[in-house]
Write a protein that binds this ligand. Sequence first.
Ligand code: ATP
Length: 144
Amino acid sequence: DKNPDSGGIAVIGLGRFGSRLAESLSALGHQVLAIDRNPQQVQRWSAQLDQVAQADSTDELALRQLGVADLNRVVVAIGASVEASVLTVLALVELGVPQIWARATSTQHSKILSAVGAQHVIFPEKETGERLAHLIVSRMLDFV
Ligand code: ATP
């Protein structure tokens, strides 16, 4: 499939950020494959999401068996473990996934993700903080 906007999207890591992202993508009408290594997270989200699989995303073979190599877009939403996040991006690069979005928790983490081959690096906490600052200031202007 050559259209970069078509096909399913995988979300790896169903913490607060990843699970909400997966839900929003589903609500927008996209087919989402959600992956987490923790069986409790898989259990928890299997009712809300169409496809939820239990796997260690640093395992390239496990990702291949789930069909991740056929997807155009994958989001690595793992935050706390830099090692798991970097090894997951590496596995996705090896599988030839063309659009890899990866969540960073520090500047160094972000540099490693880019160096390994992530096309998009995101900082959800930083971006939300910045957006909220603008929102608060704009709301306050309403009362000046
Ligand atoms: P959030 O802020 O989104 O809640 P967090 O930083 O608190 O996330 P993390 O430790 O980043 O939590 O984990 C997010 C999810 O990623 C967890 O559900 C965890 O089980 C999953 N995860 C971590 N490592 C892997 C891995 N190697 N393979 C698959 N899933 C993983």
